[in-house]
Ligand binder design. Sequence first.
Ligand code: GLC
Length: 571
Amino acid sequence: MSQQPSAAPAPATVTVARRRDWWRDAVIYQVYPRSFADSNGDGMGDLEGVRSRLPYLRDLGVDAVWLSPFYASPQADAGYDVADYRAVDPMFGNLLDADALIRDAHALGLRIIVDLVPNHSSDQHEWFKRALAEGPGSPSRDRYHFRPGKGENGELPPNDWESIFGGPAWTRVADGEWYLHLFAPEQPDFNWEHPAVGDEFRSILRFWLDMGVDGFRIDVAHGLVKAEGLPDLGGADQLKLLGNDVMPFFDQDGVHDVYRQWRHVLDEYAENELGPEGPSAEGRWWATGGRIFVAEAWTPTVERTANYVRPDELHQAFNFQYLSTDWDAKELRAVIDRTLEAMRPVGAPATWVLSNHDVTRHATRFANPPGLGTQIRTAGDRELGLRRARAATLLMLALPGSAYVYQGEELGLPDVVDLPDEVRQDPAYFRGAGQDGFRDGCRVPIPWTREGSSYGFGSGGSWLPQPASWGELSIEAQTGVAGSTLELYRGALRVRREQADLGAGDAVEWLRAPEGVLAFRRGEFVCVTNTSGESVTTPAYGRVLLASGELTEADGEAKLPADTTVWWTTA
Ligand code: GLC
């Protein structure tokens, strides 16, 4: 009898597929470390504070955490002035704390994205100190932009560029030369034409990739390369042009070469390290492979933003056009369509963001009349702002792509518009004429408990004073309370995980809707947002999954109150 070779045993069935490209529909939570949780009672948040609260973020249901800078820094711009890119500032802890944070996050199924600041260093960075010490003509000056001044005695800046924070973009040093700083004078711009700068940043990337991070948010990603010869703007109103035009220092095509090189480095690591072979506590499978870059690139149009996320460059770019859109159905629909259209040809996911550490929180933006921009100094109608913010969040979380949530927005926190001047720290505030001077209002430490010296932020007060209303907005006060903003976020993120159509794909199917209302379908999911100031009647599309306000349904119709979003499933 001839023997047939026996068949190899069938591989064990894999019941849950690994999700590749996790970032295409990820919800990423921004932690502003100095204002999240303070573990040692010095009034300043720290990495150990973040680590101790990771279970809160896991339970909230986000996929990843982006941490604003925690590197060694004199804190002239809250850590966006880095003195040593490979060290943790003692204020926040040390490298062992960073390591523990990354490991714990991974064990909970959360990814960690760190903030990289390549446009400028601190003036206390070794390179800059050496450039100052070695004087004009020394090679160490070439790693920054040093120039002689104009005028008879070099007493005028080399060109007419202004700092984003106000005043000239140049500062003169004792030996008479000037150096360029697009932000504060303590933040000298690197010269990206110098090969040492590129080498150094590729090495810094590797340092943090070896530490196990899952990605980088790139600060001022549009600023690295300056137009040849640093040409004058020639009398243009620079602040008006910012974000509306390509500038000789912003959004120059040369920046894309830098990101193509970085992509090579990242891709070496992409599938380097897989996560635990099994589901995390709540049954999610994950892998640390597939690390990403997200660009902070303020460009004139979403089409130019799309250039940063071409297949061989970065993975995501913040959608600031969306963040800057007023609460208006027509305008929202236009920016959503334009974003999706712009991203489709490059195959990148759209991103959506409403708040971050640089803009007035959306609960306050929407409390004010439209057209005021992203820096608002008036509280407005708080109740209206919160209602709209909740509706805006459900709309954002229903769109195809990845969404960013800024710490505290899940509590419906407003901006603190009445901080006394003497506690302010935003460098732009002190330079007066520039943009962004009021960013401290969105950076006030978040409340964890109803009571306590800083509402549970820490045992030693908080670096910016918290308003008396913070206790009732705390995580403790909102947990388990039906209808609270925190439970709305938790519910939304849970539904988003359960409903594959949410966040997926690159298109929405718009449905007919009354004036002031946005309605769209994605597969079995329908989202309707009423931006108008009055209640509207729409078809009841199926079973209500979640709503930001109270709606009533009868005879196949639904009545949506003003400023409300509803999620339905037709399944
Ligand atoms: C980015 C940061 C901002 C910082 C600036 C300079 O815009 O988000 O906080 O002040 O860059 O680094």
